[in-house]
Write a protein that binds this ligand. Structure first.
Ligand code: COI
Length: 354
């Protein structure tokens, strides 16, 4: 166990914040003054340090660069109107981090390093939290194998880091989505539920193909029939059909158990929707669209928050949506934002004060 006092802090001599404008930020391009770094060696976590943001010095044989034993998380911090800083549901990300670690044969990370380290880091760089609409401080914890050997086996050594990025919206406008039926993201028994770095790298080719024909992202389908929808790019997906919100279920282990997904399920229920987590066949979604019952389609994610989908294409069939008339996804986004920024009661205890 690493207690709070075991995290050493070395402060940057000069803050880069004075050269920054925290309005209209792109996603994930700028980083704050400090980062947290810890080492796993000889079966224990040690050297937990918050220090100036800086490059890592790595041997070219470092295992993660060759075999991809690497996982990460995405979390956001916000400020309320009085300038208090809060982190949204970080403990859920902590739990998922260790689920990913287990699947990738990596060591478990003690809660104190993740939670207390993150709190102290965010507290130190609190003035970097943007307050502009759709902006926040994106928190990126990650771990990778650091043995200097190119034999294929789990490493004995790992590094854990947290970096912080003041950030604007991930997707700027309502999206056009291509239902993918050639390439696959995840299969039962695979690593789709883990936040493994390779899941994102492996998605890039198919996404680039869809972009070439004008789509922003793909909606992945199952590997066997290419019928059951999974998730979109960096988001989980919801369909409002009649008075029910449908989202793909987790039991196949092929989609990420998103924290924004869970939060959306809770808030949609609070709005009075029935919420069904189940295997969703694209043919049923198309039938609902043809019957005029598919009211809204949106993605949920930490980076993406709530992203409206204005077009969904399956083979040659294109579904168009008049997102300007939607009620539910915009309200969901407003409720989430209001909870995060302290304008709506945090009745589910989602916000952790820094
Ligand atoms: C997140 O929402 O935090 C993600 O994982 C998306 C990220 C890959 C940009």
């Amino acid at each position: 166990m690493v207690a709070a006092m075991d995290i050493s802090i070395r402060k940057a001599e000069r803050s880069k914040l004075q050269d920054m404008n925290l309005d209209n930020l792109p996603f994930g391009k700028y980083f704050t003054d400090h980062m947290l770094e810890a080492d796993y060696e000889n079966g224990e976590w040690k050297n937990v340090e918050i220090k100036p943001y800086q490059p890592l010095l790595l041997n070219p044989s470092v295992a993660a660069l060759h075999y991809g034993q690497a996982i990460f998380e995405g979390i956001k911090a916000y400020k309320d109107k009085d300038g208090n800083a809060y982190i949204f549901r970080p403990h859920d990300n902590y739990n998922r981090f260790n689920i990913s670690a287990e699947r990738m044969q990596m060591p478990q990370l003690p809660e104190e390093i993740f939670m207390e380290g993150m709190k102290q880091l965010v507290a130190l760089d609190k003035s970097w939290i943007p307050t502009k609409e759709d902006h926040s401080l994106y928190i990126r914890p990650f771990m990778f194998s650091s043995d200097e050997v190119i034999g294929v086996r789990p490493s004995d050594n790992y590094k854990f880091l947290i970096i912080l990025s003041p950030t604007g919206p991930y997707y700027n406008a309502p999206m056009r989505i291509y239902v993918e039926e050639k390439y696959v993201r995840a299969v039962p028994g695979g690593v789709g539920f883990a936040k493994a770095a390779g899941n994102y790298g492996a998605a890039m080719y198919a996404t680039a193909q869809a972009k070439k024909i004008g789509y922003d992202q793909v909606l992945w389908t199952d590997a066997f029939e290419h019928k059951y929808v999974q998730e979109i790019g960096t988001m989980n997906v919801f369909f409002i059909i009649g008075s029910t919100a449908f989202t793909p279920s987790l039991e196949q282990g092929t989609i990420l158990d998103g924290v924004t997904r869970q939060s959306s399920i809770t808030l949609l229920k609070e709005m009075g929707f029935a919420v069904e987590e189940k295997q969703l066949n694209i043919d049923d979604i198309i039938d609902a669209y043809k019957a005029g019952l598919l009211y809204e389609v949106f993605g949920t994610g930490t980076a993406a928050t709530i992203s409206l989908i204005k077009e969904l294409r399956y083979k040659d069939f294109v579904m168009h949506f008049d997102v300007a008339s939607w009620q539910t996804a915009p309200l969901l986004k407003k409720w989430l934002t209001d909870i995060r920024e302290g304008r709506r009661e945090d009745k589910y205890n989602w916000m952790l004060k820094v």
